[in-house]
Every structure is written in C-alpha cells, then in structure tokens.
Write a protein that binds this ligand. Structure first.
Ligand code: ADP
Ligand code: MG
Length: 351
C-alpha cells in the first residue's frame, strides 16, 4: 500500500548520463531536461559554479582558476564528485516541481555498457546520494534499442552503434541481453580534435573546440557531396599571432576526420566478426542501427553500409534514443525489469 502511494506521488525519472549530453525523462511527462554534461568548478574553493548549458558557455572563457570539466568525457566516471553533482542537479530540478517533494523518486540511469563493476557501483551510489529512493541501471545500448522500438526481447539479433561525444559503443542485443559489446574512445569529440589538428597543420590556424564542432555539424560529410559545401572559420594565425578568417570546404572536413571514421568502421566490422552466425543472418535482414549525435554526420550510414555490406538505418531522433528507451522501461518497470543491469551479479559469470 505504502509502496503504491510512493509510486503515485514521487516523480520517477530516467536519466541518460551521456559523455556529451545528459537528458532527463519524467514518468508520465516525457523529456524535461537536455543539457551538456559539463560542470564548472572554482578550483580555489572547490565550489561548483554552474552545471549544464551555463557551464558549457564558460568553457574557454573563464579565468584560470575556474575549470569547466566534462566528468564523463572519456566514457568512464572518473570524477565521482562532479558526476554526483550533475545527478543531484537533475534530480533536484525535477523533485522541486513535485507536488509532494517528501517522496523521493525512483531513478533509472543509462550507463555505458563498457564501464566496470566498480564504476557502476559509483554511479549507483552517486544517484542515491543525489536523492534517489531507489536506483536502477540500464546499459545505454539496451536503452537506445528500446528507444528505437527494436524487438529486443525476441531471439533475433539487434546491432546497435551509438556514436556519442566521448565513446562509440557497439552492441549486439538478443533475448533482452547484450551478447557482444565493444567500446572505443573515438566519437564526436575526437572528430572535433581531428578538425582542430587539420586546420592547424594545413592553414596554421588555431581554432577552438566549439568552432570545430560547429563546422563539423554544418558542412561535415564522410562521402563526397554532389554540392560543394563551405563555411568561413575564424581563429588565430600561429605565425603572425593575429586573427584570421579562412574558408573550409566539406572536402577539408572529410580529409580531417577520415582516419577516425575508418577506425569506427573497423570496430563495427570486428564486432560483426565476433557475432554468433545465427544472429548475423537476422542482422543482415534488419540492418545495423545507428544512434547518438555522431550518427548524424552526413553520409555515415551509407559509408558503413558500403563497408559492411549490410543495410544501415539511422534511428529516429538519435540524440534522445537512450533517454526515451529508459523512459519506456520506467513506464513499464514490472514487465521490463529483466533488461536492467543486475547489480548483485554484474559481471560475475553464472554457472
Ligand atoms: P553522448 O551520448 O556521449 O552524450 P550524444 O549522443 O549526445 O553523446 O552526441 C554528441 C556528439 O554528437 C557530439 O560530439 C556532437 O558533435 C555530435 N553531433 C551532434 N549533432 C551532430 C550532427 N548533426 N552531425 C555530426 N555530429 C553531430
Ligand atoms: Mg549517449
């Protein structure tokens, strides 16, 4: 009885703790928060100054003692305290709007499938400290497959490639579980860095990360385009030290990111090789599903299809697939409990 009341009055939430962006879904409401996973800290006092959009705006514009960090940027929770602060910020944002704020929410957190047992425990503890009544974890590829409405509980194979900011996570899912998975630290951030390096090398121009990301999104493509795209970028000339503007083309971007894109495709191919043959035949029929913000790069679906000889589909609204999937689990917790991470057994092999 008490449990039912709790469920009625608390605002249960699902969180996608992404390396670049974090999203929050509230039961019965939908997605209510979408903010960059950035925390700005005053290093002199240790005080957290801002989180999310506000903190992102500070990147590269702050005095030396204010550092804006992305605690999950490398795909693992290396900064426990900052992670807890992000979670607390989200949970409190939702919780303070609750009609009965004394009832703490149940929280489902989407975590990268590659993180260790210790890191999972750290996320789970951080969520509890941040104010959750009960914590459930779901692996992000599982959540995005559910968000993409794939039939993950059936025996057929589902192949998911999630290209985020810090990591690309590849997983094969069947019968509600992850059969094969692989994670590499080459994703959107690395492509931005590739563009920075290329512009420095070719044009002796120093540009910032946000400029690189903008140009990648605006004119980037992994295949030659029929229509040439170009855009101006501004930076500082490394020789004269003065500001300068140059015009970059989609061909520049393609050259800059070529090597990293190839590494992502190689990882997809290796995962295909590791997939049991019975599942491969399903995947050949259903196709490979691309998700995460990085999947929006022009031509990537076509290139992966060409290289793997498999159909490739871009999931609808790839930036929100994980949180939408975690939201589906939240709405149907009793039926879908088996897709959650079993914290008691975790990685321990069962005999
Ligand atoms: P994460 O789950 O790791 O937080 P996201 O799925 O939110 O990551 O994706 C963020 C990444 O997607 C960033 O590196 C961003 O540059 C990239 N991205 C977003 N939109 C596009 C786009 N239209 N084209 C290419 N890359 C994009
Ligand atoms: Mg993600």
């Amino acid at each position: 009885m008490f449990k039912k009341l709790l469920a009625l009055f608390s605002k249960d939430i699902a969180i996608d703790l992404g390396t670049a962006n974090s999203l929050v879904y509230v039961k019965g409401e939908g997605i209510v928060i979408s903010e960059p996973s950035v925390v700005a800290v005053n290093q002199k006092t240790g005080q957290i100054l801002a989180i999310g959009n506000e903190a992102k705006r500070m990147v590269g514009r702050t005095p030396a003692h204010v550092v804006a960090t992305r605690p999950l940027a490398h795909g693992v929770v290396f900064d426990f305290e900052a992670t807890e602060q992000i979670l607390r910020f989200f949970i409190e944002e939702v919780h303070k709007k609750s009609i009965f704020p004394i009832f703490h929410p149940r929280v489902i957190v989407g975590i990268p499938s590659a993180i260790t047992e210790v890191e999972r425990k750290a996320v789970s503890d951080a969520t509890k400290y941040a104010g959750a009544r009960e914590v459930f974890l779901i692996e992000q590829p599982m959540a995005s497959a559910i968000g993409a409405r794939l039939q993950i509980q059936e025996p057929g194979g589902n192949f998911i490639v999630d290209i985020g900011g810090g990591t690309t996570d590849i997983a094969v899912i069947s019968l509600g579980g992850i059969v094969v998975d692989r994670s590499l630290k080459i994703a959107g951030d690395k492509l931005n860095q590739d563009i920075i390096d290329y512009v420095q090398e070719e044009y002796k121009l120093l540009i910032g990360e946000r400029t690189a990301e903008e140009i990648k999104i605006n004119i980037g493509s992994v295949l030659p385009l029929k229509e040439k795209k170009e855009a101006p970028i501004r930076g500082r000339n490394l020789i004269t030290g003065l500001p300068e503007e140059i015009i970059l083309t989609n061909e520049d971007i393609r050259t800059a990111i070529e090597k990293s894109v190839k590494q992502i495709i190689e990882a997809v191919k290796t995962t295909i090789e590791e997939t049991p043959p019975e599942l491969i035949s399903d995947i050949m029929k259903k196709g490979i599903f691309l998700t995460g913000g990085g999947a929006l790069l022009r031509g990537l679906d076509q290139l992966i299809s060409k290289e793997t000889k498999m159909p490739v589909k871009l999931v609808e609204d790839p930036l929100t697939a994980v949180v939408r999937g975690a939201g589906v689990v939240l709405e149907n917790l009793d039926e879908l409990k088996e897709v959650l991470v079993d914290m008691d057994y975790g990685d321990v092999p069962q005999i």
